[in-house]
Design a protein around this ligand. Sequence first.
Ligand SMILES: Nc1ncnc2c1ncn2[C@@H]1O[C@H](COP(=O)(O)OP(=O)(O)O)[C@@H](O)[C@H]1O
Ligand SMILES: [Mg+2]
Length: 241
Amino acid sequence: MIEVIDLHKSLNGVQVLKGINFKVEKGEILALMGKSGHGKSVLLKHIVGILKPDRGNILIDGEDIGTSRGTALERLRSKLGYLFQGGALFDSINVFENVAFPLREKTSLPKEKIREKVLQELEQVGLPGVENKYPAELSGGMKKRVALARCLCTDPEIMLFDEPTTGLDTVTARSINNLIKETHDRIKFTGVMITHDINQVLSIVQKVAVLDAGTIEFTGTPQEIQATTDPIVRQFFNNNA
Ligand SMILES: Nc1ncnc2c1ncn2[C@@H]1O[C@H](COP(=O)(O)OP(=O)(O)O)[C@@H](O)[C@H]1O
Ligand SMILES: [Mg+2]
């Protein structure tokens, strides 16, 4: 479970997050929407523990990642998979080494087990046989799939996606969103997904939150967001129609 309570954060003297509150129950995915520059990535970085709050709490299964340090922080982080905005594969190493990276960092699995796990995850994301390719040889959609495989290979209980489909065409975006749904159906992770694909994700997620100017303007179910008359929320439907 993820619980964000009264989260405040200023960066370079600008108040980016002004008291954020929401909760994601175990096994739920929350879609986080909002205009560019309004603090979505900053919020996600607090959930991963990369940024520390000025005020407020971020509870991961009841433990505060915002105040955790050292081994306690490492243990909390080991529950999380984080797909960065942009995907960010390492260009100088091949797909196999990219996916194996967190396994080598976070586990002491023997070589053979790592190999087995990497090939299995590549198969799960629909890319069997690409392990020897380099990121530059892959399309945008394939890179996102490899990044997803890299996230999934440590079996995270919590998955955080920062714009997994931005920059992709609609058809490729749909295939990535479907892959996230299939993965969720299979392993029932708890998730937060920053996205602009409102029409594609309403059938994938259980909750939607809209961040606007550093506060949560709206939270509700997909049914509730479709019914709301809140003009800030309606904009997302109009822009995506
Ligand atoms: N590390 C940082 N240092 C200073 N300002 C930052 C940093 N990261 C983000 N910001 C600022 O915080 C605001 C929110 O950014 P961000 O969360 O990336 O927006 P988005 O909603 O598009 O993901 C922006 O004004 C951005 O310039
Ligand atoms: Mg962002």
